[in-house]
Design a protein around this ligand. Sequence first.
Ligand code: RNT
Ligand code: ZN
Length: 425
Amino acid sequence: MNGSLSDQQINRSYLAAKERYASMGIDTEKTLQVLAKIPLSMHCWQGDDVGGFESAEGLTGGGIMATGSYPGKARNGDELRADLEMALKLIPGKHRVNLHAIYAETNGKKIDRADLEPCHFSNWMAWSKEQTIALDYNGSFFSHPMAASGFTLSSLDKLVRGYWIRHGKGSRAIGEALGKNQKSTCYVNLWIPDGYKDNPANRMVHREALLKALDSVFTEKIDPRTMRDAVESKLFGIGSESFVTGSFEFYLGYAVSRKKMLTLDMGHFHPTETIADKISSVLLYIDELLVHVSRGVRWDSDHVVTLSDDLYALAYEMTQKDFLNRVHLALDYFDASINRVAAWVIGAQATQKALLAALLSPRAALREAEQARDFTRRLALFEETRTMPLGAVWDHFCQNHGVPTGTGWLTEVQQYEKNVLSKRI
Ligand code: RNT
Ligand code: ZN
């Protein structure tokens, strides 16, 4: 018993749901066409707890941490790609894959991070072509001796700063190569962990250093159809509780003044602050946004995404106007305590369900009520949407895309765990 229904049962429920939505003026067919075209950039790093292929040590510092020791994590490129393929089969629609510099494949040779080149991603590029999966990219400014001080691009040590500037430049060149290898733009995100555990005496020196360093990283002009830069802010991390150089205000100013994309990570703000409210403000000044879909729980910001109010609120905001073309979704969480393939599927499907719920909301009626200052009706309508038959429409969507309904996908993941993951000892 996994909640999977027969095709006939799914169709019957869908037809009833379709009528129910139609009674509120919502076209489910059109909605599903829109949903099918929203790509999620799947973060490869959920597959091995942000370990990467440089050493067996895994994630060391950088204000982030993966906890748990669930068996079966991917140990090399082939395993990681196989796991990603498995997850992607169980997520309806066509999606992208997001890489990090630490996932370079160097044929056993030790290549310094600042010396990485596109050729170290040739396996990924071949895979991208073969699977027609577009790739995105991130420089990795953590888990490295040169980041041991807790500072990278905003370090006051010229040598350290210079090292990471080189890494930043190299990352853009790799992003450009990935973009050329595929039929769509490669989004290159830059996040640095830099910060202090305790109150700093001088915040400004680090922010001045970061501003200059970023300008150096971005000197090379690259065709925006091939590659686009994004900068990601954060409020605090583990070991950087009191100060993070790359704060929201810092990067908002940077992105506006330098015409860069801004990355908003759902877990990088005060616990009660949601990014949903930021979309319509930021898009007045910035062309495009990257969203890191994540879930903050107390001090940690990287739990597997679930269908929460926050996620729905974000989806509602980004399905307004032309925002779907301007807000790009990338998953970003890492849970090492559960099956990693399942973690991908659960987070991706939750994001799609939130988008579906948002697309199916009676937006016209809601706006009408608001315009008439009928806030009673507005609230009643929002509440009504919570019990609309979303699940039946979702099942139909999965069925259309050849993905098992209910938790049928989990049966396949369990089989994969038995046949493949459990053998990785
Ligand atoms: C960390 C940032 C960053 C990373 C990944 C691995 O707080 O969210 O995006 O999670 O790049
Ligand atoms: Zn992030």
